[in-house]
Design a protein around this ligand. Structure first.
Ligand code: ADP
Ligand code: SF4
Ligand code: MG
Length: 478
């Protein structure tokens, strides 16, 4: 895709060199208090994020994966400072931003932007897309060269939309197009770091590939740094340089992409991977590799003792119950928090292993389940081919985009209209807050109530839901 030159490249700090540490997080915590009674006394806390240590380097993509409820979104909101941390430290380009107030954060809002999961509720239905994408300029008091309208139109074409559609409303666009609008808004102020929270989860499989491709193209062209959050490994697989796997508010494994896929070391990573149908004949017969986790993630209000994964781990021993394993670099480029890591010498002797549901489930994976997964993979492969065809067509000239937009309007918009009418009003309120979080940026001090339905994301034990995956664009060459 030919990306027009950025007309307003002004940022407050100089551009970081590729590989420099852009963001550094140490011991990051977020505990949401639980209050009860007339006096609203605190009776407990949701340990949503419970001690994270990681770095994001300029120019890289850090993927963050984990089941629903693991604290991924909370982490995203903490590092973009839409939430106030309970503990720990966040440094951006060497500056401590952990407790910066609204005023202090204002200049930083230009450098750090967020893309939200739901393109239906994160755009204010009452504003035109011109107003939505132009809002960051007004809020930051930035007058782009040639005026806001011209800049917004440039951004629209950057994300593959028709600049003429400046005056249209969000409901006139399909899901994929709305996510492009969200991306354009995030790019308006030429940020250094973009945090994308499940940017494609709400989209059809074929559209997911296009949006992931767009993010990838934009990174190459604009030198962006990404933190991309997803609930399974399929989406981040093709775009990440490194991947952090989260479980119950902690990072359990953090590794270079290729290492993580070739030799996952944390049992949870292995379980997440085996939930993804892989169209690789070599793995089809690998029955022992398929581990289906039973049950839900335990409550973050009182997480399990020792290793938090011990209630679901098929290798758990006594020590796992009592001693929390630290996150250690067991191989260059691979940090793991486990007493008995996979693909490593120190395996738990069978006679010390405690029985868990996961162990039982791993033995129960049937031939039928494997056959079903192979069939899913084949269907997916077909979908991918179709998607990559569509992607190519789309990356062509403005006219073809125009045609696409037109089609979508005729089809998708109608469907949207009917599907949405029920929930539109409810969501309007939520969208207000989402929009203000990203664009208006002043909400750091107030903690917005979580509006995402927690149960909507598939868990690792539901392989069928993670299909987007293999459909995705060709792996990034790094
Ligand atoms: N504003 C909030 N108040 C109380 N609990 C919250 C709030 N936001 C998130 N949580 C809880 O924190 C945990 C982690 O949530 P979240 O970060 O949304 O996880 P994920 O994005 O991985 O699904 C969940 O148990 C969720 O219910
Ligand atoms: S083997 Fe023990 S430490 Fe490792 S993931 Fe399982 S329960 Fe946790
Ligand atoms: Mg989330």
């Amino acid at each position: 895709m030919a990306i027009p030159a950025q007309s307003d490249g002004t940022t407050l700090t100089k551009d970081p060199a590729a590989g420099d540490v852009l963001l550094k997080v140490t011991g990051l915590q977020k505990h949401f208090p639980i209050k009860k009674g007339l006096l609203q006394r605190q009776v407990g806390a949701v340990h949503a994020v419970d001690g994270l240590d990681f770095e994001v380097r300029a120019g890289e993509t850090l993927g963050v994966v984990g089941e629903s409820g693991c604290g991924k979104s909370t982490m995203g909101r903490l590092i973009t400072r839409l939430l106030e941390p309970t503990g720990g430290k966040i440094e951006f380009e060497g500056t401590d931003i952990t407790h910066l107030g609204v005023g202090g954060m204002r200049p930083l809002r230009r450098d750090v932007q967020m893309i939200f999961q739901d393109p239906y509720s994160s755009l204010n239905p009452r504003h035109t897309i011109g107003t939505i994408i132009g809002a960051p300029f007004k809020l930051q008091g930035v007058e782009p060269e040639g005026g806001i309208k011209k800049e917004v139109q440039r951004l629209l074409s950057v994300v593959g939309l028709n600049p003429e559609h400046y005056n249209r409303y969000p409901h006139e666009f399909s899901g994929g197009q709305r996510q492009r609008i969200g991306i354009a808004r995030a790019l308006a102020l030429n940020p250094k770091l973009v945090v994308a929270d499940e940017p494609v989860s709400a989209l059809d499989v074929s559209i997911q590939a296009q949006v992931v491709n767009l993010l990838d193209d934009l990174q190459q062209e604009l030198g962006l740094t990404y933190v991309i959050i997803a609930h399974d490994l399929s989406v981040v697989r093709h775009v990440s340089d490194r991947i952090a796997v989260m479980y119950l508010g902690k990072i359990v494994e953090l590794a270079d992409r290729d290492l993580l896929y070739k030799t996952p070391m944390h049992p949870y990573t292995k379980a997440l991977m085996s939930a993804v149908p892989i169209p690789d004949p070599a793995r089809k017969s690998a029955k022992s590799e398929r581990i289906l986790l039973k049950g839900d993630v335990p409550s973050p209000i009182s997480p399990p003792s020792g290793c938090r994964f011990h209630t679901r781990c098929w290798k758990a021993t006594e020590i796992c119950k009592t001693k929390e394993p630290p996150l250690l670099e067991l191989r260059p480029g691979q940090q793991v928090a486990c007493h008995h890591p996979e693909n490593f010498e120190d395996q738990a002797p069978q006679d010390t292993v405690l029985l868990s549901d996961a162990k039982e489930a791993a033995e129960l994976v049937s031939e039928e389940a494997l056959a079903e997964s192979a069939a899913t993979s084949a269907a997916l492969a077909a979908e991918v081919e179709a998607a990559s065809g569509a992607g190519d067509a789309e990356s062509g000239d403005a006219e073809s985009r125009d045609a696409e937009a037109g089609d979508a309007e005729a089809g998708d918009a109608e469907a949207d209209g009917s599907a949405e009418s029920e929930s539109a009003k409810e969501e309007a309120a939520a969208s207000e807050s989402a929009e203000s979080e990203s664009a208006e940026s002043e909400s750091a001090e107030s903690e917005p109530a979580e509006s995402e339905p927690a149960a909507s994301e598939p868990v690792a034990s539901e392989p069928a839901a993670s299909e987007s995956t293999e459909s995705e664009p060709p792996a990034k060459e790094k």
